[in-house]
Design a protein around this ligand. Structure first.
Ligand SMILES: [Zn+2]
Length: 474
């Protein structure tokens, strides 16, 4: 019987936009500033008589997002006042959008989007600083993008995957840092369960989800809670619930407001916008500055033969990805698929661990030198061990890896005449091992190759040594 319930989930996601200034004033957009109330002015403090001026860059970021998800950009748009009273909203209304959002429709990860609009963030109440409650206005007026999906998700894993892909897209496009722990991306889930096909149950909104894990856990908990409630003859109340991370439970916060409660009306202080008349907001202009979509990059990297893991590492780290983008465009590398694959693999497996150390940064690594190193590796001039060693010395080095390798005698020696002396010495110095090999003990050869490598100080090509020893001992 319990199996017959269908859960339905819609998501609402808020993302703080990464702009220089706030949404309606010139204050610095730095809500995490360590000094409270340092980025404030009469506008974001809601002093009487002040006038809001919309931030063009914030609107452009939202429209760019729209291009990425195939949404329809509004031709006409306006800002509305959403009225409610709370200490962190000194105007007693939030400037938001109601009837005419910037974007409608579109989809991400196969999930249909309802709308995306722009609004201002609230200030931040602090209840843990002494006896009273305090308010920090650094966040007041920070541009906030709100995205609403259609109620078309039916399980927590899909909701989690949607949120992850959204975060990746926001970061790739430089729209938001979208760090959930820092509140730069906030996910709310509307969850209902129903037994009747085509009929939605009463929905409950769950807030305070500040990690992907919480999103998935809260949805799973809420589905189970609602089914259990209905099965025991109860009713689901339409309400807003919070998520208690420590107890892994949702808890009732308040009954849900409806749009009516907010008395929305167009903000008379902000001009109406005819988006189609603003050249900078045209589709053509947006496409000029549009970065590659993560989904397109995945396909491109798959075609280069990169592993799934390398691809995800690459596209989730914008600096690494733009370094690789420069490698892909370089005249010395772009037509050599093997060099490009080597370059990608060394980036994700060897450069990434180095970057964990603050003394290394990608800005210190020259793309040309990096390609030179990968080409040396591809041409067999150096082995992988030497490549790793050289890599760590190349950061901030003015000399290229070929010069560095020559100076340190690290170039791999493959020509047999230079290696013959080592072969003779190894055979003369290890008569017992040689005898073992001749008696059929194959592993003895490995030891002899190792001795040859030692004599050449790691510069010999091990494959060539191996071949020469085999021939000499026949
Ligand atoms: Zn301000």
């Amino acid at each position: 019987m319990i199996m017959s319930y269908t859960p339905t989930i819609g998501l609402e996601v808020h993302a703080e936009l990464k702009t220089e200034s706030k949404m309606f004033c010139g204050c610095k957009n730095d809500p995490h500033s360590s000094e409270v109330n340092s980025n404030i002015c009469p506008v974001c403090l809601a002093h009487p008589g002040t006038l809001p001026v919309p931030n063009e860059h914030a609107i452009k970021k939202v429209l760019l997002f729209g291009e990425a998800v195939g949404a329809t950009a509004a031709t006409y748009s306006e800002f509305d006042r959403k009225n409610y009273f709370y200490p962190d909203i000194p105007k007693a209304y939030q400037i938001s959008q109601y009837a005419f959002p910037f974007l409608s429709g579109g989809e991400l990860e196969g999930i249909a989007l309802t709308r995306v609009h722009l609004e201002e963030d609230t200030a931040r109440n602090q209840h843990d600083k002494g006896t009273g409650s305090l308010v920090d206005f650094n966040r007041s007026g920070v541009p906030l993008m709100e995205l609403v999906t259609e109620p078309v998700i039916h399980d927590q894993a899909t909701a989690g995957q949607f949120a992850r892909e959204l975060q990746l897209l926001l970061r790739t496009f430089g729209i938001s840092d979208a760090n959930m722990e820092r509140g730069e991306m906030r996910v709310e889930a509307n969850i209902s369960v129903s037994k009747e096909e085509g009929v939605l149950g009463t929905k409950v909104e769950v807030k305070n989800l500040n990690s992907f894990k919480s999103v998935e856990a809260a949805i799973a908990y809420e589905i189970a809670r609602q089914i259990e409630l209905l099965e025991s003859g109860g009713e689901v109340a339409q309400e807003t619930r919070g998520w208690d991370e420590n107890r892994s439970k949702t808890f009732s916060q308040r009954s849900k407001e409806t749009a009516k409660d907010y008395r929305y009306f167009p903000d008379p202080d902000i001009p109406k916008m005819d988006i189609s008349l603003i050249g900078d907001f045209s589709k053509a202009r947006l496409n000029e500055i549009m970065p590659k979509l993560p989904s397109n990059k995945r396909t491109e990297y798959e075609n280069l033969g990169l592993t799934r893991e390398s691809i995800e590492t690459m596209i989730s780290q914008p600096e690494l990805d733009s370094f690789f983008a420069a490698v892909l465009l370089d005249a010395n590398a772009k037509d050599n698929a093997e060099v490009l694959t080597l370059a990608a693999n060394y980036l994700t497996s060897d450069v990434v661990p180095l970057l964990a150390d603050p003394q290394y940064s990608l800005e210190q690594l020259s793309v040309a030198h990096y390609i030179e190193l990968m080409t040396m590796l591809y041409e067999g001039k150096i082995g992988s061990r030497v490549a790793k060693d050289l890599l760590s010395t190349m950061f901030a080095a003015t000399k290229g890896p070929l010069t560095l390798a020559e100076e340190q005698g690290l170039l791999q020696v493959s020509d047999t005449s230079s290696l013959q002396g080592f072969i003779d010495e190894v055979i003369a110095e290890n008569p017992t091992v040689v005898a073992d090999y001749k008696a059929g003990k194959e592993v003895a050869l490995k030891f002899l190759v190792g001795q040859g490598m030692k004599k050449s100080k790691g510069a010999a090509n091990p494959a060539v040594l191996n071949e020469m020893l085999q021939r000499a001992l026949k």
